[in-house]
Write a protein that binds this ligand. Structure first.
Ligand code: HEM
Ligand SMILES: N[C@@H](CC(=O)c1ccccc1NC=O)C(=O)O
Length: 289
């Protein structure tokens, strides 16, 4: 076949002769990514099908895919903390932070759904709700917002129940980090290191001086300081997502009760009072004193 001149101005790209086109016996893009499954997993329920339900489904499915990766990275970060491999753990956390930013920005896509459009297919969602996202709850557990009561929601889903029960019992990322500090010679009280990790974290005043030491020697303890700041970033990012969710919900359904049975906006507002690493915020009050 004749090749086009190198400096052609035409807007069709010549397909090189070497490009592979026969995938009967070779791995293809769609095969590797299992696109048959992925792209056939959107099942709008509205009758007649509402144009905007696909947006709603894809927004949730992409969020769940990102949450899968967040869990994967946070579990690896916790394992690396257990091995005192701070540098590699922070690399995982950097990835988590980037995903969180993407998830938060993604609200702008759903923001194009008008209240009227949503109302037109909301009834078809039945009692399903993001409240039942086990991966979201898993991330909350791993970061320290343990809540045994949440398990009940997953009683009819054995796999989700098993994952969440495990994450409820296991140490959080913060537990693992405090153990790193302890091994590095910082005075972490023994009852913290031996705490019942299925319980939610509660503020420990006696940890603040430990963090103050790290924050006031950020020139010599850069690695630990950076790790602390990364955890603060993760909490900030998480709260930013919660806030954008709340505001999207408010502008879409106002003060209607939620399909999951909660009061809606009011219930979501109370999640903004939750914190993962309270001592890392409290230490700020002490800086310079
Ligand atoms: C128009 C869009 C949305 C509306 C109106 C909405 C509404 C709500 C409401 C009212 C709740 C409270 C629980 C209930 O009673 O249902 C809730 C919880 C939740 N939603 Fe959404 N949501 C929307 C989009 C999303 C998206 C895209 C996600 C992404 C995965 C999501 C994830 C969650 C999660 C994780 C919770 C539990 C939050 C918590 O426990 O604090 N939502 N949502
Ligand atoms: N809770 C929402 C419904 C909702 O947003 C939703 C429904 C099914 C699957 C995921 C959802 N997303 C977040 O809650 C509502 O009350 O309108």
């Amino acid at each position: 076949m004749e090749k086009p001149p190198v400096h052609s101005a035409q807007s069709v790209r010549h397909i090189e002769d070497s490009v592979r086109t026969d995938f009967r016996h070779a791995m293809s893009y769609g095969g590797y990514l299992d696109l048959d499954h992925l792209l056939n997993s959107q099942h709008p329920l509205s009758q007649p099908e509402h144009h905007d339900e696909l947006l709603f489904i894809i927004q949730h499915q992409t969020s769940e895919l990102w949450l899968k990766l967040v869990l994967h990275e946070l579990l690896e970060a916790r394992r690396l903390f257990d091995q005192d491999n701070l540098g590699k753990a922070l690399k995982c956390i950097a990835r988590v932070k980037a995903i969180q930013r993407t998830m938060t920005e993604q609200w702008s896509v759903l923001g194009t759904l008008t209240p009227r459009e949503y109302a037109q297919f909301r009834g078809f969602l039945g009692s399903s709700s993001g409240f039942q996202s086990y991966q979201y709850r898993g991330v909350e557990f791993l970061l320290g917002n343990k809540n045994r009561g949440m398990l009940r929601v997953f009683e009819s889903d054995p796999e989700a129940y098993a994952l969440l029960s495990r994450l409820l019992e296991e140490p959080t990322l913060y537990d693992a980090f405090l153990a790193v500090l302890s091994r590095a010679g910082y005075e972490i009280p023994a009852d913290i290191l031996e705490r019942d990790t299925s319980e939610p974290w509660t503020f420990r005043k006696d940890l603040v001086p430990v963090f103050q030491k790290i924050y006031e020697s950020d020139d010599t303890q850069w690695g630990l300081y950076e790790a602390c700041e990364d955890l603060v970033d993760v909490e900030d990012n998480f709260q930013a997502w919660r806030f954008r969710h709340l505001r999207t919900v408010q502008r879409t359904i106002g003060f209607k009760v939620g399909t999951g049975g909660s009061s809606g906006v009011d219930f979501l507002k109370r999640a903004l009072d939750l914190t993962f690493f309270p001592e890392l915020y409290a230490v700020r009050t002490e800086i310079g004193n």
